[in-house]
Design a protein around this ligand. Structure first.
Ligand SMILES: *Cc1c(COP(=O)(O)O)cnc(C)c1O
Length: 370
């Protein structure tokens, strides 16, 4: 069997970037009571979006429009670009798979930060790319160091998330623009703006679709509350965007997701409400952390990195204590980021469960034998 695999596939580990909470629930034989670990939007999609999905349900026997025409045009109007500047795909994760197929083959060098979004790396590795990393600096991705490594390695792709996952930190539009302007010939910046809607004003550079050195990635999974629908998009220069048609799964975006995304985009009032609730939730998480003597990082996303104050081993025990108390959270994968646990903004009742579980999880972590 192994002999059938490509050389690249043979070299891949059998690990996944994220083990789903469902897998963990099956393993422990019990459900989580607070699902605040995957940066989902627990406030859910807008009622108008739910209604649109319902109305589309009976039409599920039809394939979706392979050109995503209506959604691309609605997104174009929303962003003030042309529909030729937008490709819709199965979430940002799916689009990263296409990026890997388009730009990466064995030996191609790709630059990212150590501890940054692992699904990007997963897709790059799937095409045989060689990933090289720079560390975070003060819990932020470090644009200057990324650029320096890009130049030193002759990298073809470079990744930055703004706001960042897993730390929630961010750069201003002007600072990101410096990175965009510094991308050398032969390199493409993958700017992941999955949390773009949550950031303060002035976090995103203006869209310049004449620049073929940057692709911007957006999703309906986070602020719009449609993670289970699997739909996102990339914005960029028309030639770059057209190239996705060579590799994408043309019928990959399902019809219900198309209807949902159109309705969600049209309901900007609901989106603003969610963004306000998320901001309040971030403050609440910080208060809960502070009440337990813990610091938390400022965040421009829908989650907060809570600094457990010691090393990754300690944070892992705190995390374990929360999981045992039916609170699903996650933590960054590498030091020094892994001194934190990452808590997604949930509904008030979810954060209440977190507030009740955290003191016990902390005393469990500090307990005898540790
Ligand atoms: C959640 C997340 C994504 C995934 O988005 P999908 O559209 O659901 O695939 C991409 N990038 C970052 C940084 C994320 O946190």
């Amino acid at each position: 069997m192994n002999g059938l695999l490509t050389k690249t596939a043979r070299g891949l580990p059998e690990t996944v970037p994220f083990v789903g909470p469902e897998t963990q629930e099956r393993g422990r034989g019990a459900s989580f009571k607070a699902r605040i670990g995957a940066n989902e939007n627990a406030f859910g999609p807008s009622p108008l979006t739910v209604r649109a999905i319902r109305s589309a349900a009976a039409g599920a026997w039809m394939y979706g429009d392979p050109e995503n025409h209506d959604l691309r045009h609605a997104l174009a109007a929303h962003h003030g670009v042309s529909a030729d500047n937008i490709v819709v795909g199965e979430g940002i994760d799916g689009l990263f798979g296409y990026v890997a197929r388009l730009f990466v083959e064995p030996g191609v060098v790709v630059v990212t930060s150590q501890g940054a979004y692992p699904t990007f790396n997963y897709q790059i590795a799937g095409s045989g790319g060689r990933i090289v990393t720079v560390p975070y600096k003060n819990d932020r991705e470090d644009p200057d160091a990324l650029l320096e490594l890009v130049r030193g390695e002759g990298a073809r792709l470079v990744y930055l998330a703004n706001p960042d996952n897993p730390m929630g930190t961010w750069w201003s539009a002007a600072e990101v623009q410096v990175l965009v302007d510094g991308i050398p010939d032969g390199c493409l910046l993958c700017l992941d703006e999955a949390y773009g809607e949550f950031g303060p004003a002035g976090t995103q550079p203006d869209l310049d679709v004449s620049n073929d050195r940057v692709l911007r990635f957006r999703t309906f999974s986070k602020a719009y509350g449609l993670a289970g629908c699997r739909i996102g998009y990339a914005v960029g220069e028309a030639g770059l965007i057209r190239s996705f048609n060579k590799v994408r799964n043309h019928f990959g975006v399902n019809r219900l997701a198309q209807a949902a995304a159109l309705a969600a985009l049209a309901d900007q009032e609901y989106l603003s409400g969610v963004v306000a609730k998320v901001a309040a939730g971030r403050r609440h998480i910080a208060e809960i952390a502070a009440a337990n003597g813990l610091k938390s990082l400022p965040s421009a996303a829908n989650f907060v990195a809570v600094d457990c104050g010691r090393d990754g081993g300690y944070a892992a025990v705190v995390l374990e204590g929360l999981l045992q108390r039916d609170v699903f959270v996650r933590m960054p994968g590498v030091a020094p980021l892994n001194r934190c646990i990452r808590v997604s903004v949930g509904r008030p009742e979810d954060l209440e469960l977190f507030a009740r579980a955290l003191p016990d999880a902390l005393s469990h972590a500090a307990g005898p034998g540790r």
